[in-house]
Design a protein around this ligand. Structure first.
Ligand SMILES: Cc1cc2nc3c(=O)[nH]c(=O)nc-3n(C[C@H](O)[C@H](O)[C@H](O)COP(=O)(O)OP(=O)(O)OC[C@H]3O[C@@H](n4cnc5c(N)ncnc54)[C@H](O)[C@@H]3O)c2cc1C
Length: 509
């Protein structure tokens, strides 16, 4: 306790009194999350305004042995929100004051961002500058941070979907208080030319160390942006039956392997597509039932959708130039005899498909957040495994996931996001956190999904904070030891987010 008070006194003198917040209501707000576990209130929240202030915080944390937890905007809903990895860690909220767009380069098409720049802030600024460049949006909260999302290896749906892959050059405050620049920014000079256009320089490429880890605090990042094309047109197919997934995967694969379709495919099941605009019509508190097949069919009829909806997008010089591309993809899918085509103009008026269009055309939108109200009580977590792009394998895993959801009385909400060789399966759990039994079942469901998928050789791409240890325990012991060794080298006192992603100093709890 003495250490934390001494630490805060030091930080108050470095940042100014008003940027150190210990009000009870602030601590409650920063400790809340949507996962099954207890809230994890921090002991203080700090609001630095520069890299120099972040360095001062990290140095003080080392001096007084205090654990920090950096966030960008803290909108990681369903994965931990802004709550620290462990109760009592001091949240460093970078987003509140470090939210400057430091540069937008319209020749080589990148932006240099601080952690607080949200998808919406960058979208608005690009529009103000004449809409020449496009942000790769998620379908998550528009006020989520581009840097936080990239460091958590989040993704969008357009050609620049790989958000960590589209970063180029970072500034990082290491756990020992030293500042490094990665990539071509590592030259020891302030006049940098290639920092945000060339990923690699002399020596090892260190960038990957700072994604999904706790070795440093990222304070500046270069992000590549796609030139906004003159025209973009989406296409959509509705399939009637759950078992159609196998065929859908087979249909999508060649379109992606040949790079004919430049966006990813969003393959949303009925509930993923409709939950944002619906409440579970059969929900009864205390009931252990998943929503019935009859209710699902009724909702499909009401929305004019099916068991699966497949969406993708083309970009080009004009609508006329794109139409033949849509015609080709339409012919390919309609050969299945089951696909019902929905064109771009019609889809604009169907909320579920509109979300797909927005996310592929660089428009942040809040529409999908509505799915958190599918059941009351605001419980939400995301299980994020994946499948090779082979129909039979995808189908087997889909049956497995659905059966585990049903066993625990959860509603099967899933979207497969398909690239050429792999599809990430966004499995959403929405439940009533206020109902203790339901909360316990949601937790058990996540754990069983993890166990059963890992038995089949399948891990996750990202995990809710409550399950970091569960996932780390499934990794090779040598990987865990390697992470601990890096932690010790870059953060010898373990001050940055100890426990996050299951990484800590060797021998620590
Ligand atoms: C309905 C819904 C839809 C969603 N759709 C998507 C989607 O399509 N794609 C997607 O990727 N996500 C999606 N999400 C998840 C999430 O909302 C976003 O990824 C979010 O925007 C993350 O950004 P953030 O700034 O809020 O991250 P934060 O919460 O600030 O941080 C995320 C993680 O990175 C770490 N971190 C943050 N900043 C730094 C830093 N500067 N240095 C070191 N570590 C740092 C944090 O400790 C934390 O572990 C969705 C969520 C919901 C509820």
């Amino acid at each position: 306790m003495k250490n934390i008070q001494n630490f805060l006194a030091q930080v108050r003198s470095d940042l100014g009194d008003q940027w150190v917040d210990q009000r009870p209501e602030t601590l409650v707000r920063y400790g809340e999350h949507t996962l099954p576990g207890q809230a994890r209130a921090p002991s203080a929240v700090l609001f630095p305004e520069s890299t120099a202030q972040v360095v001062a915080i990290v140095k003080a944390a080392n001096e007084f042995g205090v654990a920090l937890y950096p966030i960008s905007t803290g909108n990681n809903i369903g994965l931990g929100s802004r709550a620290p990895a462990r109760a009592g860690q001091v949240v460093v909220d970078l987003g509140y004051r470090m939210n400057r767009i430091r540069e937008i380069n319209e020749e080589t098409c990148y932006a240099e961002l601080e952690p607080g720049v949200s998808f919406q802030i960058l979208r608005d600024e690009l529009r103000r500058r004449g809409d020449k460049l496009m942000v790769s949006a998620t379908s998550g909260p528009p006020h989520g941070g581009i840097v936080g999302n990239a460091m958590d290896r989040g993704a969008g749906y357009g050609p620049y979907f790989d958000h960590f892959g589209m970063t180029c050059g970072m500034e990082v405050v290491l756990g020992n208080g030293e500042v490094i620049r990665t990539g071509d920014g590592s030259l020891d000079t302030e006049s940098l030319v290639n920092w945000h256009v060339s990923k690699f320089s002399f020596g090892p490429a260190l960038d990957g160390l700072f994604a999904q880890s706790n070795f440093g605090i990222v304070t500046r990042v270069g992000v590549w942006l796609m030139p906004r094309p003159p025209a973009s047109r989406s296409f959509h197919f509705v399939f009637p039956d759950d078992e159609d997934l196998a065929e859908i995967i087979e249909l999508c694969r060649p379109m992606k392997l040949s790079n004919f379709v430049p966006s990813l495919f969003r393959i949303a099941n009925d509930l993923y597509a409709m939950a944002p605009d619906e409440r579970n019509p059969e929900y009864l508190e205390g009931s252990r039932q998943s929503v019935s097949g009859v209710a699902r069919k009724a909702l499909q009829g009401k929305h004019g959708l099916g068991a699966w909806q497949v969406s993708g997008m083309f970009y080009g010089a004009s609508t006329a130039a794109i139409e033949p591309l849509v015609a080709r993809v339409r012919g390919h899918f309609e050969r299945s005899g089951k696909a019902r085509y929905i064109g771009h103009d019609e889809a604009l008026n169907i909320p579920a498909l509109r979300i797909a269009i927005d996310s592929m055309s660089g428009e942040p939108s809040a529409g999908e957040l509505g799915m958190l109200q599918w059941r009351p009580g605001s419980g939400n977590s995301w299980f994020l495994p994946g499948t090779p792009m082979v129909g039979s394998q995808a189908m087997e895993l889909d049956r497995l996931g659905r059966s585990i959801y049903e066993k625990h009385g959860m509603d099967y909400i899933v979207m497969h996001v398909a690239s050429a060789r792999f599809a990430r399966g966004l499995h959403v759990l929405v439940w009533n956190k206020d109902d203790r039994g339901e909360n316990t079942r949601a937790d058990a469901c996540y754990r069983e999904l993890t166990l059963e998928f890992s038995k089949r050789g399948i891990g996750v791409g990202r995990a809710p904070a409550d399950y970091a240890d569960l996932h780390m325990e499934q990794m090779m012991p040598s990987l865990r030891r390697a992470c601990q060794a890096i932690k010790q080298a870059l953060d010898p006192n373990g001050v940055i987010s100890p426990g996050k992603y299951g990484i800590d100093l060797p021998g620590a709890e």
